[in-house]
Design a protein around this ligand. Structure first.
Ligand code: ZN
Length: 306
């Protein structure tokens, strides 16, 4: 991903709330959604297992092994693999968007998405703990939470996107390969019209967690994420900065789907760890992974209530 507007606007800091006092949701829940109370150490364990494969650019053995790993965690789940070949400035590459479908009783779909490929340009020594180990792991945790449930609310689809990263230089045609492919497919087959919300996560494990307010996201859904964070007492980690992000959510916005991007683009001072060999697990924290995962679950609950 990249910031599409050059200036970062600083918002007034939200009131500090003690993390140890995260209150229960302010409204009673009648749904059977998992409670927003995930174990951050469990999500962190997934990050470590994903990172252990090494650099995971499309076309690599490590990428194939990670695909197998994700699929192995989805036994008994309705899984669709959206395989295609991407034409990139570095040649043709096989890609695979992985979609895990958890059916709900209500008519409509909520998608939670994040990419699982790592940067091709840094294919020797970039293990991408935050980018994209954190998003890969968050989705694996959600799969564990949702497994075996018949949801009362909307269906939930977990989407591991491929080819998010540019191969040479980020442009409209050298980026978000998987999302561009799938958004077009969902527009053609009518799926796009059924999607109530598309929640993207990217770089959400930074120990110093500052999820920015993305100005390219759909305003009502962006506001709902902040409400979800506030309900859980986590608002001090959200929306202190505001900028426009160019990321996996935009192809889906273009086909009319409400989208939001949860991303922390201040990874180290001046984003200094981003796309460097310093993107390693020691920069992440279980607490940040738990906060983001819980806020996604609470956002899903609020979308169901709308
Ligand atoms: Zn990246």
């Amino acid at each position: 991903m990249r910031a599409s507007s050059s200036s970062v606007e600083v918002q007034p800091a939200a009131a500090t709330v003690a993390l140890t006092e995260a209150p229960a949701s302010s409204q009673p829940s009648s749904s059977n959604l998992p409670k927003p109370n995930v174990n951050g150490n469990h999500v962190m364990q997934y990050v470590k297992e994903v990172v252990a494969f090494g650099p995971r650019p499309p076309g690599s053995t490590a990428h194939l092994k990670l695909e197998e790993f994700i699929l192995s965690k989805l036994k008994g789940v309705d899984v669709e693999q959206d395989r295609f070949t991407a034409q990139t400035p570095a040649g043709k590459f096989p890609m695979n968007n992985i979609i895990a479908k958890f059916p709900g009783k209500k008519n409509g779909i909520i998608v939670v998405a994040g990419h699982y490929d790592t940067l091709y340009a840094q294919r020797q020594n970039f293990v991408g703990a935050n980018d994209a180990g954190s998003s890969t792991a968050l989705l694996l945790e959600l799969a564990d939470q949702l497994r075996g449930q018949q949801l009362d609310g909307y269906s939930i689809w977990l989407l591991w996107t491929d080819g998010e990263e540019a191969f040479v230089k980020w442009t409209a045609t050298d980026s978000v390969y998987g999302s561009r492919q799938l958004a077009q497919k969902w527009q053609q087959d009518g799926t796009a019209q059924k999607i109530k919300a598309f929640i993207l996560v990217d770089m959400i494990g930074d120990a110093d967690l500052d999820i920015l307010k993305d100005t390219m996201s759909t305003p009502w859904l962006s506001d709902l994420v902040y409400k979800a964070a506030s309900n859980l007492g986590y608002q001090s980690h959200f929306y202190q900065f505001s900028t426009g992000m160019d990321d996996d959510h935009l192809p889906f916005a273009k086909v009319g789907i409400p989208v939001v991007d949860l991303i922390d683009f201040t990874y180290g001072y001046n984003n200094v760890f981003w796309h460097t060999p310093q993107d390693t697990v020691d920069k992440l924290s279980p607490q940040s992974l738990a906060i983001t995962t819980d806020v996604v679950l609470e956002t899903i609950r609020l979308v169901n209530q709308r």
